[in-house]
Design a protein around this ligand. Sequence first.
Ligand code: IVH
Length: 669
Amino acid sequence: MTRDQAEARVRFLREEIRRHERLYYVLNAPEISDEEYDRLERELRDFETRFPELVTPDSPTQRVGETPSSEFPSFVHRTPMLSLDNTYSEDELRDFEERVFRIVGRREMDYTAELKIDGLSMALLYERGRLARGVTRGDGVRGDDVTRNVRAIRAVPLVLAGNDVPGDLEVRGEVFLPRSRFAAINEEREERGEEPFANPRNAAAGTMKNLDARVVAERGLDVYAYQVALAKGVTLRSQWEALERMRAWGLRTNPTSRLCRGLQGVLDFCSEWRDRRDSLEYEIDGVVVKVNEFALQEELGFTSKFPRWAIAYKYPARQAATVVRGIDVQVGRTGKLTPVALLDPVVLAGSTVSRATLHNEEEVARKDVREGDTVFIEKGGDVIPKVVSVVLAERPERAQPWTPPRACPVCRTPVVRPDGEVERRCPNASCPAQVEERLKHYARREAMDVEGLGDVLVHQLVETGLVGDFADLYRLVERREALLALERMADKSADNLLAQIEASKTRELRRLVFGLGIRFVGERAAMLLARHFRSLDALAKAGVDEIDSIYEIGPAVAHSVHHWFAQEANGRLVEGLKAAGVRTEEDKGAAGSLAFQGQQFVLTGGLESMTRDEAKAAIEARGGRVTASVSKKTAYVVVGKDPGSKHDKAKELGVVCLDEDGFRRLLGG
Ligand code: IVH
């Protein structure tokens, strides 16, 4: 290759890399997988090694990470926060080991294997055992001082434990958002007409950049410490010892980490977690492998960019290619229009996928997805697959850009796009599609739990005019004949349905509040509102300030609830529910029993006499709270069949563990 050709290729690679960085970091819309991105970067680095005169200071290879933002004071790290070189195969891991062997001149090695959580790295500085500073990685040299926000993360101890805590300590770790929190936050964002976060990593990063620490507190971030960067006066000999010491000081470390004697143990760890990664409460993208002994780490040292004593083994992204057969537009319960790609069915991460969300029309335009296109789809942190990129080389000649509908595809009302929102909406609250979605939400298992009220039936009920709102459901018993006239509705199924509807009259208040489908009111907010107000009437009468004053309820929820009850139609709806005999007050039985107020529970393993959701509901009904991971703040760990690592963690921290019987007794008492 001539120098000119090399120069042209380098220029192309730099532009490509910058474009993909922007897509990933700024637009949350990556078009290629991490693996493809790394390949581009590696090719560029190879060229720059062969033609050093082509290196420029602004080349993507010369920068370690994101540039710090300006809203926070910046802080220069005491030692740079580096990232790791990536590998994608066992062979490359063996190459890594060979390199290590060659440098240190021996052929036996211990490693730590740690799950590589997809979050953001953070430096935590402790002075005399107290949290003094939290700093993002930034560009590796300088990060954002986000101390206020770090303090709002409950998983970060403000004061360390034990009497051997070094006076000057810096640890580094990964801040991340557990899957369940990610899903809940995105649901709320979508309801608010805000762009959902593309993945938990972006959600965690976005949260840490939030200027309001209260928002950070609500988000439920978690952290695992993985490195001691500085510990004055304490001698640590190995990474494993560092992990143990951090744990002893009260920092959260990942209980799955493993000390491996030899590379085989590392390979086993990697393949074990490749199969089990879906069972984790957080997203991982691979495994971090570190040479255990610090003396050897020192000998190995660093390249210009990475440590030579560690490497990231990355799992392949779970992507699949398929063809878009059409683009459908769905109408949500608040009228939001969501374009959806109809796909040739394809197997992805264990299930068959035939639809993938395109989020909103801007996204369709940005990715330029067209009917007939071959696309890559991926499962992110959500269960719902999404279209990642279009394979332009395979686009059929006659493929046309997609045009969003100007009218609601269901009721034909012209669509609107409120200022500042990315979504278009159908403004017609009686649009049959919205009515259907509201009914389905009302009937959801987490809401009023009306089994048998499935999509097809809801559609029939709305189409025939039998049901127009929730209250109509309770009048169906008087319209049995009409019900029986519906397609595929036999005596028995009608009876079952009516019995289910009848049973839903006495559901707990929190389920009703959630089922109403008020914007921003997710399960947790509904539970807090029900607990505070104890009746729908009291909630309806409440002013914004009173709602806002409830711990963990924010102003957006308060305004939305107030607004909802102020609508005349909703007032009529509530009256209709009451007239139908739906319980709108908290059960007297539940009234006296806030026995678990302020207590945190963790569930692990399967229970025999109840589902996880039922156990959670039973705890929350008594004022308790279910959290994802065990900490010193955990009051009880409920241990079912085949418990996970949380059980070990509980034993380690001395948290009370209950078996199923014990848990039932606690509920009963
Ligand atoms: S060690 C020099 N350990 O992965 C040591 N990193 O590219 C660098 N990460 O920026 C980090 N889990 O954000 C390390 N157990 C772990 C990790 C981990 C996740 C992230 C971290 C880092 C990136 C490496």
